[in-house]
Each structure stands twice: as C-alpha cells, then as structure tokens.
Design a protein around this ligand. Structure first.
Ligand SMILES: Nc1ncnc2c1ncn2[C@@H]1O[C@H](COP(=O)(O)OP(=O)(O)OP(=O)(O)O)[C@@H](O)[C@H]1O
Ligand SMILES: O=C(O)[C@H](O)CO
Length: 398
C-alpha cells in the first residue's frame, strides 16, 4: 500500500496538468525519465504544435511529438542521436515562438552532444558515476563537456527569439532547476571552479582524459556556460511532495527531502535518529555510493543494510521513485529486525560492503520492492518506523 501511495504521488502527467501555466500554442522538448508523462500532461493544458521527447522507455506521446528512446545511467549512441535531434529541433525555433522544456531526472544521460571525443566523454562519465560526488558536483563537470547542457539549449532558443519555459520534475536534493538533468534550458548555477575543485577533491583530475581537462580549463578561462538569459522555470513536482503523501498514511515526521552523503553513513545516522526520536521518520533525497567493488547494489540497499545493523526495533523502507535503484534491477528494499537473524545464518557477509554487494541479503530473503520503470523520478524516499507499524503498510492495497 505504501508503494501505491508513492506511485500515485509521482504521477507527472497529473503534476503538469495541475501546475503548468496555460500557454496556448507551444513547441516542446521533453527529456528525462518522466518525458512521456510530462508531454502527455502538457498536451492536456496547451496546444503542442510539434515537439520532441527523449525517454528511457517507449510509451504513447501526442501525435505531433516525435519520441526517441535512449539510455541511462550511461549515454549510448541512442543518447547521442537524441542529443543531435534535440539540438536540430532547438535550431528550428523562430522569433516569438514559445518553447516548453519538460525536464526530469536522467536527462543528463538520455540526450547528449559531447564537446569532446565520444571515447573520452564516456571514460569521464564512468569515473564520475563511481566517484561518490553529489549530483550538483557531478553535473557541474558534465555541463562543461556538453554542447547542450548547463543552459546552452535555453540560451540558443533565446538567441533565436523564442520564449523559454521550463517545467521541471526534480530528482535533485533541494530542487535547483539547474541541477535537474544538468539544466539544459536554465542559466547555469554551477561554476567552472566547482567542477575543477570537485574533480581534484575526488582524486579524479589526474585520471581524466586530457580533452576533458582542456574543456574545464577553457571554462575557467571564461568560455563557460551561460549564467543569465530570459526564461521561466517552474518546479512542478519534487521529493517533498512524495514525502507529504507518505506522511498522510504513516503520520511520520518529515526530517528532510535534501538528504545527501555516503549512503552507508546516512543509514547508520538515521538508525540513531530513530532511536533518539522514537517517532516514525520520513527522509528523502539522494545519498551517494562510492563504488569500489563489482557487486550489485544501489543507494537504497547500502542505506538499509547499514541502518538495520544499528536500529534495534526500527525498520526502514527505501525506494527509488524511478523504479530502478543502482544496478539492482529493483526499485528498493525494506529491512526489519528479522533481517539480522538472516545475516547471522548467512555466515560470510564480509563482501556486502567491501564489494558493494548489498542487494544480496535483501534479494535472497524476499525483501525487495519491484515496480519496474515508473516513468517518473522524484529521487529516493525512506520511511522509518517500528516494524509492527510498518508491516501492514507493506501489503498491497486491497
Ligand atoms: N554495486 C553498487 N552498489 C551500490 N551502488 C551502486 C552500485 N553500482 C552503482 N551504484 C550507484 O548507482 C548509481 C546509478 O544508479 P541509478 O541509475 O539508480 O542512479 P539515478 O539516481 O537513477 O541516476 P540519475 O541521477 O542519472 O537519474 C551510481 O551513481 C552509483 O553510485
Ligand atoms: O539526469 C540527471 O542529471 C540526474 O538525474 C539529475 O537530474
């Protein structure tokens, strides 16, 4: 039932219908895990002359919209093809036209036009994904090796005389529109200095391909992303909306929707917080995982496993609202005190954290949440409560 509540709270077609301004005749660019739902919502409240949508899954889009299916979390040739198509589309805008950018999580990877050779681009991307950098830092770097991110598409549209509107479904902590999908059509809120410092602190600067380093050095010298242009941006859905819906059924206290940090550390922190407060707690955001091993896991499994080692009678339910967490193939997991007994039975559990293999204890004991791709993405949610109160809420709605 908690899953049903979450699935209903992340419905992006409904969010666009409810929150988008009435814009009349528009052209549209939708990119992200929510692209299909968002463009469907836009069709309900405006007249889409034509448009382009880039999504990780197939789905019905309005007749005037061309759909590209591309890849995530690592861009593929389909993402590069989609990126070129988006660039062409924006180049076709004319003076006085209204263009609506519908941006949701995953957009960074789904459509891309690299500024550096593709091989170097993919090496850089891989280093970032395993780095443990948070999404703002990671996207600060991605924006500087991209021809379309960090406001570049928006600036291009404005230069052609179009009016730029952004409707954003946020999967980033604290909902800065420039972080979502690397903010293709809003002025960039990150700096080249941040990109450089993040890479140096993560120990990645020396390991980056020379072309990527040159792109960042050029940005530092002033050839950087656009910082200002005429535009509007409205966040139509965010993590806090989902927490608020979960609160209705659990009575939990919302602690934050901006959770960041290493997932396994945050899990332990949350366990002690639950013991201290003695109340149901709701947290959301995007913990990161510094991946060192080759196992299967994600943000939810690392968090939940470390939580249960310290939480005594409290349980945690953790779910990625896009329906797929890390490389697990599942949306999330739950951990109740009974899992500890299972761990004891399993004997050698040393690989779990050492190899980033934290899915195993959940998968093998049936504590996983399966939704498949949800066609949305409002980041990760965590619900913490006494197991006796949580258990009935995990049953499907009758
Ligand atoms: N074995 C693993 N154990 C734990 N986490 C992992 C593992 N492998 C990958 N990850 C994490 O999964 C992340 C990618 O997973 P996922 O696709 O769920 O992210 P996402 O939040 O959907 O991405 P985006 O922010 O681009 O939408 C990586 O950043 C990495 O930190
Ligand atoms: O695509 C991305 O950059 C992430 O999902 C954050 O929006």
């Amino acid at each position: 039932m908690i899953v049903d509540v979450i699935l209903s709270a992340i419905d992006l077609k409904r969010a666009v219908q409810r929150k988008a301004p009435r814009l009349g005749r528009v052209r549209a660019v939708a990119i992200g895990k929510g692209a299909i739902a968002m463009v469907q919502g836009l069709a309900e409240v405006s007249d889409i002359e034509d448009g382009i949508a880039v999504s990780p899954i197939e789905g019905p889009v309005p007749k005037s919209v061309k759909l590209y299916v591309a890849d995530h979390p690592t861009p593929s040739h389909r993402s590069f093809k989609a990126g070129e198509a988006v660039l062409d589309y924006v180049s076709s805008l004319s003076r006085g036209e209204r263009v609506v950018f519908l941006v949701s999580g995953g957009a960074s990877s789904l459509a891309e036009v690299p500024l550096i050779p593709e091989d170097d681009f993919l090496i850089t991307w891989g280093l970032l994904l395993r780095s443990g950098l948070d999404i703002h830092q990671m996207n600060a770097i991605r924006k500087r090796i991209s021809a379309i991110k960090g406001g570049k598409l928006g600036a291009m549209a404005v230069a052609r005389g179009a009016y730029v509107y952004n409707l954003i479904a946020s999967d980033v902590p604290c909902d800065d529109p420039s972080d979502v999908g690397s903010g293709p059509a809003v002025p960039d809120s990150s700096t080249a200095e941040e990109a450089l410092t993040s890479l140096k602190i993560a120990g990645l600067w020396e390991r980056m391909p020379i072309t990527a380093r040159t792109a960042i050095e050029e940005a530092l010298r002033g050839k950087d992303t656009p910082k200002e242009f005429r535009h509007e941006a409205l966040v139509i859905a965010k993590n806090l909306d989902v927490l608020t819906e979960i609160q209705r059924v659990t009575g939990g206290r919302i602690v934050t929707s901006c959770l960041v940090g290493e997932a396994r550390e945050l899990g332990r922190y949350a366990a002690y917080l639950a013991r201290e407060t003695g109340t149901p707690l709701l947290l959301g955001g995007e913990p990161t995982v510094t991946v060192r091993g080759g196992g299967r896991g994600g943000r939810t499994t690392e968090f939940a496993l470390s939580f249960i080692l310290a939480s005594r009678r409290y349980a945690v339910f953790a779910m990625a609202t896009d329906g797929l967490d890390g490389n697990t193939g599942v949306a999330g997991v739950w951990a109740d005190p009974g899992l500890l007994g299972e761990l004891v039975k399993r004997g050698d559990v040393s690989s779990y954290f050492a190899e980033n293999n934290t899915l195993e204890p959940f998968a093998e004991t049936g504590r996983v949440v399966r939704t498949g791709p949800t066609g949305s993405n409002l980041n990760i949610v965590f619900y913490i409560d006494e197991w006796s109160r949580m258990k009935p809420l995990l049953e499907p709605r009758s």
